[in-house]
Design a binder for this molecule. Structure first.
Ligand code: PLP
Length: 390
């Protein structure tokens, strides 16, 4: 069936140009009135008007649908636009949504500041304690939203357990899988109904595209796509074209980045001391990770490319080490081919008090590293030198 969004691309030899064309046209001419009407009433989904879908967005969506093993995917102008598309495309006035405390701050803000203004009730719960989801779902909810691995602690949320609880109460499970795209984690095989990505991160991979995408089954995507057409949040042709280019190297990039991340985490782990300067190192594939058993089940493709370190001296200690980085870029965001570092107390979790951060397991001396594709020894040397360990 013809869809207004991308479905998995067929495995057949390519014909014609090997690289996709970039189609920027915002209007297309038709041979007769019937053809124009068929596109206008959306009984045919082809090139017509780009807010209703276009070839470059569909090509990226087809890649994501294939990557996630989904019926299809719907792309958006940013990760937040994708999350908004899911929440507002599927929930209505009077519905309830249960959202994990451990999700991206932008998602929390959207859910708690905006959804209630439109009559959608929002309940928060602790995703690391599935019993608290049971309590949040005493009254029925439309959906449950979690994120795993959790930013920046890299703790893991047990998707199969959360899915079982959500489904037993008639709720959908939506997962933000930005930190661990396939082949690391295939959320849809673990009971998740919809997986959302900030494609700005690993799917783009080159720190030059702002984009978002959601993948899942057709009956849900239909409502999300229809809302996207009404709200106008579709991904534009140029970033979609860039994402298709990134798609060709996605598996290679992610594999190399996470191999380097694990190696760097192991090397740093060997230098951890309660006397400092390095107090702790976290990476989901380290054997002493608190969710190591879950990681083996849930992230068979590896532990991802993020590493969290905790340095002596709290926030001033973290800032001093951070300012000494010479190779690692001091920058927000993650998933790019360039290694970067950020201080959660200054970026993603700046709005929280030190006590609130501690409750979430985020120490004041925490620095989050997103490992890129530079030679791994050079990254390690830079971190060790910045910590005063070399
Ligand atoms: N989800 C996660 C886990 C993120 O880290 C971010 C952004 O940092 C988003 C969603 C939002 O994505 P975007 O910035 O592409 O809107």
């Amino acid at each position: 069936m013809d869809r207004p969004y991308g479905t998995p691309r067929p495995h057949e030899a390519r014909r014609g140009p090997l690289a996709p064309d970039l189609r920027r046209a915002t209007s297309h001419a038709f041979g007769d009135a019937a053809a124009l009407r068929a596109h206008g009433d959306r009984s045919v989904h082809g090139d017509f008007y780009p807010r209703y879908g276009h070839a470059n967005a569909r090509a990226f969506e087809s890649f994501v649908a294939e990557l996630e093993g989904a019926d299809g995917a719907v792309s958006f102008a940013s990760g937040m636009a994708a999350m908004h598309g899911v929440l507002c495309g599927l929930a209505s006035h009077g519905d309830r949504i249960a959202i994990a405390r451990q999700v991206y701050g932008g998602t929390t803000n959207l859910a708690t500041k905006d959804l209630p203004r439109f009559g959608i009730e929002v309940e928060t719960f602790d995703a690391l304690d599935p019993a608290s989801l049971g309590a949040a779902l005493v009254r029925p909810a439309r959906m449950v939203v979690v994120e795993t691995p959790v930013n920046p602690t890299l703790r893991l949320v047990d998707l199969q357990r959360i899915a079982a609880i959500a489904h037993s109460r008639g709720a959908l499970l939506v997962v933000d899988g930005t930190f661990a795209p396939p082949p690391i984690q295939r959320s849809l095989t673990l009971g998740t109904d919809l997986v959302v990505h900030s494609a700005t991160k690993f799917l783009g991979g080159h720190s030059d595209v702002l984009a978002g995408v959601v993948a899942g089954a057709h009956p849900l995507l239909v409502g999300i796509e229809a809302f996207r057409a009404r709200s106008g949040a579709i991904l534009a042709p140029d970033p979609a074209w860039l994402l298709c280019r990134s798609a060709e190297t996605h598996a290679l990039r992610v594999a190399a980045q996470q191999d380097a991340a694990l190696w760097i985490a192991q090397e740093l782990r060997a230098r951890v001391s309660p006397r400092g300067p390095l107090l702790a190192v976290s990476h989901p594939a380290l054997p002493d990770h608190p969710d190591a058993a879950l990681r083996a089940r849930q992230m068979p493709g590896g532990g991802g490319a993020l590493v969290l370190i905790e340095v002596l001296g709290g926030l001033p200690g973290a800032m001093a080490a951070f300012d000494r980085f010479a190779v690692v870029a001091r920058a927000p965001s993650l998933g790019g081919v360039e290694t970067n570092a950020s201080i959660p107390a200054h970026t993603t979790h700046a709005a929280l008090s030190p006590e609130q951060r501690r409750e979430l397991g985020i120490g004041e001396g925490a620095i989050r590293l997103s490992i890129g594709l530079e030679p791994r020894e050079r990254i390690l040397d830079d971190v060790l030198r910045s910590l005063g360990l070399s």
